[in-house]
Design a protein around this ligand. Structure first.
Ligand SMILES: Nc1ncnc2c1ncn2[C@@H]1O[C@H](COP(=O)(O)OP(=O)(O)OP(=O)(O)O)[C@@H](O)[C@H]1O
Length: 379
């Protein structure tokens, strides 16, 4: 049976299998029963029923469920087949596979992550190609990400926000030391792990490699700030994506920090493009006008991160982290409980687990669009 061959069931379930097999006429019914019992996820059930079971296996991992999709990739929750540890697998989107830029951006993320090793940057475990599908296996970061926190309407304590920004700055410093510029720092790319205690920078697909620039110059990301989110891009990135430097990441981090503290981005109103252009000619409204109760000195730190000229910012992301430390440490020391109370964020999606909700009959028979695209027979 395919389920056995793929070793999809947890070992403790296998003891009950013979009895169950006797009760069901065919493998399809048995698969549906496994999903009903939550021994298989809905994704696994759907793909098995559509005959795409083998595509659930990606290298040493088995796909568990779909986490989300970005401009470049579809991201899946997966489990190591031997060790059982979770991982996130990003697969280049089917519509990008024949696109030179799409592939280049994906491979750029793979190469960049392979050079990084820092607690505040998502770890890469593995990468590979199956058929035409490139994939990247990463540390699974359960979240929520800071965009989800903002969307939930929950206003985090200032100390927590500063600690998150401090850790993100340390992650950026590590990247900068290795010649990489993130270029897409925004709340959605800053995610939380370990119950909200640890920040992880995600999605380094727009990274600029100062050590080994791409053969096609920087044409790959000329529109980088548009690809990223215009509300967080630095003035120099708005003017010319090629001119970004390490301090551009500080500006984007400053916008992220501002958004978390004030509940809005530094420039509001108008269109995304008009907001981005205003950044070139205007200073951000001082955060102290929106948040008069911030601790003394924090507004200056935010203002320095948001300096229009890069030379007005901190000399390094490490210096920015050090400047944020006094505002972060005060509250982080006192917090020995989970920092972000996910249950109080009503809009956060439930992340899929093997014990997710049971599938409905119609969901089980949905066309597994993604499955068509993964695996040796996809190409
Ligand atoms: N290592 C990871 N662990 C858990 N979730 C992840 C991981 N990497 C990405 N994700 C989630 O998967 C989804 C898609 O991520 P991805 O990085 O592909 O795109 P994005 O940042 O949403 O968009 P874009 O690539 O266009 O900037 C997001 O919800 C992201 O939070």
């Amino acid at each position: 049976m395919l389920i056995d061959q793929l070793a999809l069931l947890a070992p403790e379930r296998c003891a009950d299998l013979d009895g169950l097999r006797a009760q069901f006429a065919c493998e399809e019914q048995l698969t549906a029963e496994f999903v009903r019992r939550k021994w298989l996820t809905q994704l696994q059930g759907r793909w098995l029923l559509r005959g795409h079971g083998p595509r659930l296996i990606v290298g040493s991992y088995v796909l568990v469920d779909r986490i989300g999709e970005g401009g470049m990739g579809q991201v899946f929750l997966a489990r190591h087949r031997t060790f059982g540890r979770p991982a996130a697998i990003k697969v280049l989107r089917p519509d990008r596979r024949d696109n030179r830029r799409g592939r280049a951006r994906f491979l750029r993320e793979v190469r960049a992550l392979g050079r990084l090793d820092h607690p505040n940057v998502v770890h890469a475990y593995d990468a590979g190609v199956i058929g035409r599908a490139c994939y990247l296996v990463m540390e699974y970061v359960p979240g929520p990400d800071l965009a989800q926190v903002i969307a939930s309407g929950e206003r985090l304590p200032v100390g927590h926000v500063c600690e998150y920004a401090r850790q993100a700055a340390l992650g950026l410093h590590h990247m900068h030391e290795r010649g990489l510029i993130h270029r897409d720092v925004k709340p959605g790319n800053v995610s939380l792990a370990e119950g909200g205690r640890v920040v992880k920078l995600l999605d380094v697909g727009l990274v600029k490699d100062r050590v080994a620039p791409d053969a096609d110059g920087d044409a790959l990301t000329q529109a980088g700030w548009l690809v990223g989110t215009a509300d967080y891009a630095s003035p120099e990135q708005v003017l010319n994506a090629r001119s970004v430097g390490r301090r551009s990441d500080q500006y984007a981090l400053g916008c992220t920090l501002y958004h978390l503290l004030a509940g809005e981005v530094p420039f509001t109103g108008g269109t995304p493009v008009s907001r981005a252009l205003r950044r070139v000619t205007e200073n951000a409204r001082p955060i102290s006008e929106l948040c008069p109760d911030l601790p003394t000195g924090l507004s200056e730190v935010v203002g320095r991160l948001l300096a229009r000229e890069p030379k007005g910012r901190f000399p390094s992301a490490l210096a920015a982290a050090e400047a944020l430390a006094p505002f972060a440490a005060l509250l982080v020391k006192a917090a020995d409980e989970t920092i972000v109370h996910i249950s109080t964020c009503p809009t956060l999606p439930t992340l899929p687990t093997i014990d997710g909700p049971a599938a409905t009959e119609s969901e089980l028979h949905e066309e597994p669009e993604v499955a068509q695209q993964i695996g040796p027979s996809a190409g």
